[in-house]
Design a protein around this ligand. Structure first.
Ligand SMILES: Nc1ccn([C@@H]2O[C@H](COP(=O)(O)OP(=O)(O)OP(=O)(O)O)[C@@H](O)[C@H]2O)c(=O)n1
Ligand SMILES: C[C@](O)(CO)[C@H](O)COP(=O)(O)O
Length: 245
């Protein structure tokens, strides 16, 4: 009889260490409320219920570890959160802090890492499943959606330089999912450089290891809460995405 291969351990690194400058609110946007619950609650809830995700490393801002432990992990009984660490100045610093925890725990060969922005509360189990299938097939994948708009590359004075064929343009979301050994090696190399320009995790893998990263279909609801109008949209999406809450 053919034995089914064991599922690899799936760890989410959930990022909640940003300042939310573009939101311009008095508190960081991961703590703003959408329908009576903080933005950070929703992705923790989705990971907790997920059949794919085994454990969660939560990365938070300086001095927020105990607050998040009490007000999220204990209050809502999020049992998959195994550790809460402080992040750093840029998003990639925060990812690196999460990855250091992964390295310390070990088992890199048998593990996938799902890096997700807590600022994207409308992640679904379907997207997580699709990403899992994709990382099994390709070792590196990022969730995104094909662009619905025409995209132009422009010069410094905002004159159009090039219009890429839209069928090759994807708008990138999270989670971004990798073999643990690939993403830790890519980040270790990237973090040793003097200047770093990486607005997502795939860039580390593409630039440092030259490994192709596959696109996994996300959803147009998997938005990032970035500026105040995103919160207005979120109020509509939350009812559709979490009818049980
Ligand atoms: N130093 C940082 C910066 C960002 N993030 C997280 O990365 C995700 C995406 O970043 P972004 O939307 O840019 O969040 P902020 O950095 O908070 O926003 P802004 O750039 O407007 O300050 C968010 O969940 C944010 O909390 C993080 O953990 N650590
Ligand atoms: C990773 C990301 O969410 C993909 O869209 C995005 O690049 C994060 O960028 P930000 O400038 O930190 O919001």
């Amino acid at each position: 009889m053919c034995k089914k291969p064991e599922k690899k351990r799936c760890t989410a690194i959930l990022l909640a260490g940003g300042q939310g400058t573009r939101m311009g609110a008095k508190i960081q946007k991961q703590y703003l409320l959408i329908q009576n619950r903080p933005v950070l609650f929703y992705s923790l809830y989705t990971f907790e219920k997920s059949e794919v995700i085994d454990d969660v490393i939560l990365v938070v801002g300086a001095g927020q570890v105990e607050y998040v432990r009490k007000e999220f992990v204990e209050k809502y009984h999020f049992t998959k959160v195994t550790c809460i660490v402080e992040g750093g100045r840029e998003r990639y610093h925060s990812v690196w802090e999460g990855l250091k925890e992964v390295q310390a725990e070990g088992g890199l060969e048998e593990r996938y890492i799902f890096i997700h922005d807590s600022a994207r509360p409308f992640l679904t189990e379907e997207i997580i499943q699709r990403a899992y299938n994709d990382v099994e097939a390709h070792s590196a994948c990022v969730v995104g959606v094909p662009s619905k708009d025409t995209v132009k590359l422009v010069d410094e004075k905002a004159f159009s330089r090039e219009t890429p064929d839209r069928k090759f343009v994807w708008i990138i979301q999270t989670p971004q999912v990798f073999d643990a050994s690939i993403i830790t090696e890519a980040y270790a190399r990237m973090m040793s450089r003097d200047t770093i320009q990486a607005t997502d995790d795939a860039m580390a893998v593409e630039n440092e290891l030259h490994i192709p990263v596959h696109m996994t279909e996300g959803s147009f609801e998997n938005i990032k809460i970035t500026t105040p109008e995103d919160l207005e949209i979120a109020k509509v999406f939350v009812r559709r995405c979490f009818p049980e809450l």
